[in-house]
Ligand binder design. Sequence first.
Ligand code: AN7
Length: 352
Amino acid sequence: MGVGVLKKYGEFLPLTEDTPIFSLGEGDTPLVKSNRLGKELGCKELYFKLEGCNPTGSFKDRGMVVAIAKAVEEGAVGIMCASTGNTSASAAAYSAYLDLQAFVLIPKGEVALGKLAQAMAYGARIIMVDGNFDAALTLVREFTRNHPITLVNSVNPHRIEGQKTAAFEVADVLGDAPDYLFIPVGNAGNITAYWKGFVEYHQLERTRTLPRMMGFQAAGAAPIVHGHPIANPQTIASAIRIGNPASWQQALKARDDSGGTIDKVSDDEILEAYRLLASREGLFGEPASAASVAGLIKQVRQGLNLSDQRVVCIITGSGLKDPDLAVSSVTAQTIEVEPTMEAVEAAALATA
Ligand code: AN7
């Protein structure tokens, strides 16, 4: 089992003698080789990085463990974040572990039930804002300027430091950077973090190459693609329903320095990828996570040739966080029967 991000990658993190070292088991997530989609899409090799295997079910834990450790080191008694759900779940969990007060601002009615359940169970103070994520983040920035509470959104640089360890893991497992990295983009912290991680490893000569960074926003929430903030972002992938990403400029830099792209995928493309990932690979990511796979499918359909390329898709969060969507969007394969063998045989053996 992993020792956690602080211990495993401490030499690459801004730790001091006074930084508390602890872990809820974050990091060391699986890099699973595709069995079917990679072949269908003509990739030489395709892997999925399962960030839903982190303790609260998303990649946020990597950054949160560093941000919270530094907050404790600096004497904070409380932390605050705005969130589309996963950041709040993670912040609440690490705060519970260290007896910090967590305040989370979430857009009312727009957070998947599993994520809200997590924040509640971990004991955060949940403040529902009658507005979107961008409005909530603006309020959090101002609140934390005026109160002795630490902001733990990804504008906190410690979050990016922790999240870059996912790039280290990919490179450590593959023995080099992949050729292409496909990743969902919301507030754009994660694409920033991966690029930072790959660049640092490259500078240290732990890798020979750098990946092309391929970021994907939901079409109704694609400010970076359109080149201006979106006032009222809309997408079924609620985690990335963000209209004014905090790390916008860093995402552009990752794109341009890597020779990659930031593109958009429609909700239909996201849902198709969400279903394919589960039904063809046995991997259940949340809809926002499927944006990376949707982006890969879109690019291949548009002619991108990956026959000589090693490709990694980041599956940023677990599908279990949003069970309602799975049940409502996947064609139900359920048949109700009487408790008799005749009925079960008829149901099991019927030709579909
Ligand atoms: C599953 O939790 O912004 O581009 O407040 O939950 O680094 O924002 C979540 C974002 C991708 C986008 N996949 O990452 C939040 C939040 C999942 C996510 C993203 C999020 P960033």
